[in-house]
Design a protein around this ligand. Structure first.
Ligand SMILES: [Zn+2]
Length: 470
């Protein structure tokens, strides 16, 4: 493969002040490195990106400056309010920007992201996803969703409405921009499908060769079609996602290919913006709960960390509680939670919600930490509950892929168990688009025969009568 040379500018220098740190043993490494596991085996974290009492990177026109070092003392209350208000003003101003990275629903929050030079940012205005009010207390047909789960104030944050149809684009814009910054020669990932589609698109935009490792026969058609169309090279791996993950980690390390799975801390840094954006959409009035599907636990980790940070720096008064929802038979995180975190054992995963069909989640320790810190909960829902919830979302005209519906199924279970109280406000995260996984849609209405003239009129009348009867 031929690799173009790129203008380097001060690219890598912008990251020179950042470190990867190990939460287990305290070791650290330069954040321009391509190994994302500490020698002790624990995935590295990116050191704290929180601005201190004086937000360092607030200039609209200036390039991002190096982030402050880790270990900030927590600002005092009045300082938190001041920092929070300053950041809110920056974020609000960028809502009116039409072009450039500031128009992105990720880079809008640049003060809370790794400091990258504008010239290296690979962005397509990702994020900016809708927050749909579907609570039982809302007017209109969408209220059926809130009524189904018994919540008056319910919102669906639809991350499936990102450029490639999943939340993965938020992390991918950051990690691909880092790949360009450090002059990576090629990028790779293992994927159940959505990561592959996102990586393929962003690598194409960045002019980088892309390799995607897919578990053979276990990737939904829409996602496969995207990866092929965007020009990634596909490597089919026998086994499941976890096998593909092990293989890509080994290969990437041997060949010096930049790994873009969520073990890459920059992916999680980008995913944090899901939380910042939903909070901004709610006018910085935090909901009581944020509920999300859980597979590899990258989103649980990233969104949880962002909500806690948002409270620490005064963007919101208090972090919401986090509820992480797994599918039965792909539930190692739930099993560990239910056992009081006494143990953690990977499982052989088996759920029809393919995006969360993961038995050995990479971000277990990080996810556990944020569940504990937000007084959160972990639940599991059956495939039947997932598909029942998906039908509600689909029939409302919104639609989502099966794994996304685990969030709504989780809200329903937690409400009926009395864990989510009546009157509490809830944001459920939908992670992927309806068209990602069309194999899983069961048609209730057959297309019918090719009718014409009076036959056609009679058929339509019969259909309308059936609707009236419902
Ligand atoms: Zn370590």
């Amino acid at each position: 493969m031929r690799i173009e040379s790129r203008e380097m500018g001060n690219g890598a220098a912008s990251l020179a002040a950042l470190r990867f740190v190990c939460a287990s043993c305290g070791a650290s490494a330069p954040a321009t490195g391509t190994r994302f596991r500490c020698a002790c085996g624990t995935p590295f974290d990116l050191e704290d990106l929180t601005p201190g009492p004086s937000p360092a990177r607030s200039g609209e026109d200036s390039q991002h400056r190096a982030g402050p070092a880790s270990g900030f003392p927590l600002p005092r209350i009045e300082e938190q309010v001041r920092v929070g208000a300053t950041l809110q003003a920056h974020f609000h101003k960028r809502l009116g920007v039409a072009l450039g990275s500031a128009a992105s629903g990720v880079w809008r929050y640049r003060e809370l992201l790794p400091p990258l030079a504008e010239t290296f940012i690979v962005s397509r205005q990702e994020g900016n996803t809708p927050l749909y009010p579907v609570g039982a207390g809302e007017p209109g047909a969408w209220r059926a969703i809130g009524a189904y789960v018994g919540v008056e104030r319910l919102y669906l944050k639809h991350e499936g409405e990102n450029p490639t149809g999943s939340f993965k684009d938020r992390g991918m814009t950051v990690a691909t921009s880092v790949a360009r910054t450090i002059d990576a020669q090629a990028v790779a990932c293992a994927s159940t499908g959505n990561t592959a589609a996102s990586l393929a698109a962003y690598a194409a935009q960045a002019g980088l060769p892309a390799l995607v490792f897919l578990p053979a026969g276990k990737v939904a058609g829409g996602k496969l079609a995207q990866s092929i169309a965007y020009g990634a090279r596909l490597v089919s791996v026998s086994g499941d996602f976890d096998d593909a993950m092990r293989q890509v980690e080994a290969v990437a390390d041997q060949l010096g290919i930049y790994l873009l799975n969520s073990i890459n801390p920059y992916r999680l840094a980008g995913q944090r913006t899901i939380a910042y954006e939903l909070l901004q959409q709610l006018g910085w009035q935090a909901p009581d709960w944020v509920v999300l599907p859980a597979g590899n636990l990258g989103n649980t980790s990233a969104i949880g960390a962002a909500l806690l940070h948002a409270a620490e720096i005064g963007l919101i008064a208090q972090a919401p509680r986090l509820a992480s929802i797994q599918a039965t038979n792909a539930d190692p995180f739930y099993q560990s939670y239910a056992a009081g975190w006494q143990s953690f054992s990977p499982v052989r995963a088996h759920t029809r919600a393919s995006a969360i069909n993961i038995g050995a989640p990479v971000s277990y320790a990080r996810a556990r930490a944020v569940i504990e810190a937000t007084n959160g909960v972990v639940a599991e829902v059956s495939d039947d509950e997932i598909f029942a919830a998906k039908a509600r979302i689909d029939r409302a005209g919104i639609g989502c892929e099966p794994a996304s519906a685990a969030a709504l199924a989780g809200v329903r279970q937690l409400t009926s168990a009395g864990i989510i109280a009546p009157g509490e406000s809830v944001v459920a995260i939908l992670t992927g688009h309806l068209l990602k996984d069309t194999e899983q849609i069961t048609p209730e209405v057959s297309p019918g025969e090719n009718q014409q003239g009076d036959d056609l009129l009679r058929a339509i009348e019969a259909t309308l009568r059936k609707l009236d009867d419902k």
